[in-house]
Design a protein around this ligand. Structure first.
Ligand code: 5AD
Ligand code: SF4
Length: 474
């Protein structure tokens, strides 16, 4: 296989990690002669992190670990952290502090922190100084090197910190452990080159690196064979997939290749940056029958001055043009978005432009965030005079508008029939199942648990506040 013309680096790296896996197995078999060692892995943040954790869990499983649900039961605790907002970081510090008494009870416990938050030098320094019971810290560039780093900790009893950046190609061929069969994450690229002025991601995840198309197709085939029915292609900006690869490929072409694979499954992707979302991509989506009629297109703001300050590189008008083209070629398209309120210097009038855009687009759902300053980003240097309480009020106003839109949308779905993928039994386990439409809307209905993992036709009978209720047709 050709990894961007750097085959040897990648293969040598895989071979090296496999050697460490064997060494760890030997060490663990001596340390745990009676039982398998247990690992507790907790993931914060986005699907990209969830996917990285699946890969790290694959490595841990290969080392001989089994997984447990509580840090108190574990021999190895791993937190895969998120840096995107301060709140996420505070939770990690809090939960990490809570591990101190756990470690006191079980001094053999190995504690590791990794991911986006750790990739920041000031965070790693704080852990080094104030959390002496943490054994291992590593950043986003080293997650495939977990066996090597863990082996150092197991043998050396010294603390290990590894947060250097590297420009190596994506390492392929290491094992993956997935919690779920039906819904699967499939990373197609890592990193981000966009430098939106508020965002820490380009600093902590480095430059864009696309996976080789053959590696992606092979993994997609494996997923489909294992029963995956809802496959989400992941990247910080999937629309720039393929840049820098030797292969003649871009995202629309990759989408068509995956669509052409045999099997009854649905393809989603996230995240798309509007500046790179082309008509060609929307046409490809429309033509690919396995592509869910769902587009997550983060707008962030509906005001042109704010979009410029955010360095988003599109205008409100360009965004709205894309939406109307998307709806023209896919009339049943469900659109979701991300919005930030209270960007530095944003005025109430500018915020109202976001409200009017939300009314115009009629999103199915949205993720809303109050701006959180991130050290090292451009926006963190900008004057930010609006108090947090005011930003929260704006946020509530935005959510009220969205609720109104959602209520109208769900009411309009009553009486219609949808093809849903049955995801699970409901929490209450009351003989009802939850399914998801291609448009990413949940419907629950009475049905047998043997239907989990299958596509079914469901007629919507009632629109509740948060969920739709329906009846199974077939
Ligand atoms: N403050 C608030 N929200 C942010 N996001 C990214 N960075 C910040 C920040 N500093 C939001 C954006 C992005 C989503 C993943 O998180 O809306 O699309
Ligand atoms: Fe994901 Fe961004 Fe959070 Fe990293 S910082 S986990 S890339 S959301």
């Amino acid at each position: 296989m050709d990894f961007n013309g750097k085959t040897t680096t990648s293969l040598a790296e895989v071979a090296k990690q496999k050697e460490y896996i064997e060494l760890i197995k030997t060490v663990l078999s001596v340390r745990f002669p009676e039982r398998a060692p247990k690992a507790y892995v907790h993931t914060y943040g986005c699907q990209g992190n969830v996917s990285d954790s699946e890969r790290m869990k694959g490595l841990l499983q290969a080392c001989g670990y089994v997984f447990c649900d509580k840090p108190e039961d574990a021999d190895f605790v791993l937190f895969n952290t998120c840096a995107v907002r301060e709140h996420a970081e505070d939770r990690v510090f809090g939960n990490c502090g809570a591990l101190k008494p756990v470690k006191e009870k079980n001094p053999e416990l190995i504690i590791a922190l990794c991911g986006c938050m750790m990739q920041q030098q000031h965070v790693a320094d704080r852990i080094r100084k104030s959390y002496p019971f943490v054994n291992l810290v590593f950043g986003t560039f080293a997650f495939h090197r977990l066996p090597e780093l863990l082996y150092k900790v197991l043998c050396g009893r010294k603390r290990v910190f590894e947060i250097s950046e590297n420009k190596e190609p994506v390492v392929e061929g290491l094992p993956v452990y997935r919690d779920r069969d039906v819904k699967a994450w499939l990373p197609i690229m890592y990193g981000c080159d966009n430098f939106c002025s508020y965002c820490i991601v380009p600093y902590v995840r480095g430059r864009e690196r696309s996976r080789n198309p053959e590696a992606i197709i092979t993994e997609a085939k494996e997923l489909i064979a294992a029963g995956a029915k809802d496959i989400t292609l992941l990247g910080q900006n999937v629309n720039s997939y393929g840049k820098g690869l030797q292969d003649d490929i871009d995202f629309p072409r990759l989408l068509r290749k995956i669509n052409a694979l045999d099997g009854d499954f649905m393809i989603r992707f996230m995240t798309s940056h509007p500046k790179d979302c082309t008509k060609e991509l929307l046409d490809a989506m429309a033509e690919c029958e396995k592509c869910a009629r769902h587009l997550h297109l983060p707008v962030q703001s509906g005001n042109n001055r704010i979009l410029k300050e955010m360095n988003r590189r599109y205008t409100r008008e360009e965004y709205l043009n894309l939406i109307s083209y998307a709806r023209k070629v896919m009339p049943d398209l469900s659109i979701t978005t991300d919005i930030i309120t209270g960007f530095p210097g944003e005025t109430y009038e500018e915020f109202l432009d976001t409200i009017s855009l939300v009314r115009e687009v009629q999103y199915t759902s949205m993720f809303t965030f109050i701006y959180s300053p991130r050290k090292g980003t451009k926006a963190a240097q900008m004057p930010d005079p609006v108090p947090y309480e005011t930003k929260s009020r704006w946020m509530r106003e935005l959510l009220a508008v969205q609720e109104e839109i959602a209520a109208k949308r769900t009411a309009s779905m009553v009486g219609k029939v949808y093809r849903v993928l049955v995801e699970d039994e409901t929490h209450e386990k009351d003989g009802r199942l939850t399914g998801r439409t291609g448009g990413n809307v949940n419907i629950d209905f009475a049905g047998d648990s043997s239907l989990v993992g299958q596509f079914c036709e469901v007629k919507v009978t009632q629109a509740g506040n948060w969920v739709l209720h329906g009846e199974l047709l077939k």
